[in-house]
Design a binder for this molecule. Structure first.
Ligand code: ADP
Ligand code: MG
Length: 300
């Protein structure tokens, strides 16, 4: 029967052979000896060094991130000699880092129940052939200029037909603002209300505070929610009041005009309250300039 020492010797011989075989490739040999580490240590890591060498070769023939052949796209399996051992790490390549850094502004944009693609909305992609968009784009330019002043400009109450691109437009503005370091939240209002209600006793206060104070806020699709006394008088009212008093730009999109919204807000399951609905509309008017986007439905 073989003892442990003999078995170890056999393993080592096998490793040495595979190392020598691998070194038949001159490039591999240059790669491993370039690590400046003793051969007896290199031998123990032959297989991992082969993986690292392959990834290194892929990188020297790089044709761009989209055709990256490495195990993890944009990362290179790399040997790091540390005394008598070699550790291996996945290191980010410069191209991947550039993409990551150029996208980092998107962290300034927080979405709630809106498709993630909305983070790609940009000024340069706004349909220029559509005249209906021009007054909105003009306002965006003024908004960005005025935003530098101490008193912040008003948001927009953007009404218009379904699928005309209202949400996209405001998201494009928020993206540009994000590039300047400004934080924003875009919330799909009907769904947000439902989840806010469900967060009672959990993190309701944090959620409410967060949207109350965020520098730029979009309440998307207001008027599509089931209005209740609670949502109107305990949520929307105080939220708008706070943002008004603190000059925090607030945007709305809606399929309803302001007078249609007023009607919708006045009716809840508890009855009709025109005064409370009126008060909300007054706050929206204080916070925004009204604009309209009637255009073809861009959804398909
Ligand atoms: P609305 O909010 O008015 O209902 P959306 O903003 O959701 O409409 O736009 C409808 C569809 O058209 C969405 O899929 C949106 O991404 C797309 N869209 C609108 N404007 C553009 C644009 N300039 N470039 C690319 N897609 C756009
Ligand atoms: Mg929308």
């Amino acid at each position: 029967m073989k003892n442990k020492k003999d078995m170890f010797k056999e393993d080592l011989t096998e490793l040495t052979h595979s190392f020598q075989d691998a070194c038949a490739d001159k490039d591999f040999k240059d790669f491993v000896y370039g690590l400046n580490i003793k051969e007896e240590i290199l031998i123990k890591y032959t297989s991992s060094l082969q993986d690292a060498f392959l990834e290194c070769k892929n990188c020297s023939n790089c044709k761009g991130l989209s055709s990256c052949k490495n195990r993890i796209r944009g990362y290179k399996y790399t040997p790091n000699p540390e005394g008598s051992i070699i550790s291996f790490s996945y290191d980010e390549c410069s191209k991947e880092r550039k993409v990551r850094e150029s996208n980092s502004y998107k962290d300034n944009l927080d979405l709630y129940e809106l498709p993630i693609e909305i983070k790609e909305a940009s000024f340069k992609d706004i349909y220029k052939d559509d005249k209906a968009r021009l007054p909105i784009v003009k306002y965006f330019k003024e908004f960005m200029e005025d935003y530098k002043k101490p008193e912040k400009p008003k948001g927009i109450y953007l009404t218009g037909s379904f699928g005309s691109g209202k949400t996209y437009l405001i998201a494009a503005l928020f993206n540009e603002m994000a590039k300047k370091g400004e934080k924003s939240v875009l919330i799909y209002y009907p769904e947000f209300l439902r989840s806010l209600k469900a967060s009672f006793g959990i993190d309701f206060n944090e959620r409410f505070e967060y949207i109350r104070r965020v520098p730029l806020l979009l309440l998307d699709d207001i008027g599509a929610e089931n209005c209740s006394n609670w949502s109107r008088d305990e949520i929307l009212g105080p939220l708008l009041q706070y943002r008004m008093e603190n000059h925090l730009p607030t945007f709305f999109t809606s399929n309803l005009t302001l007078s249609e919204l007023e009607k919708s807000l006045s009716i809840t399951s508890s009855g009709v309250d025109k005064v409370k609905a009126r008060r909300i509309i007054e706050r929206i008017k204080q916070l925004t300039v009204p604009l309209e986007l009637i255009s073809k439905n861009r959804r398909d």
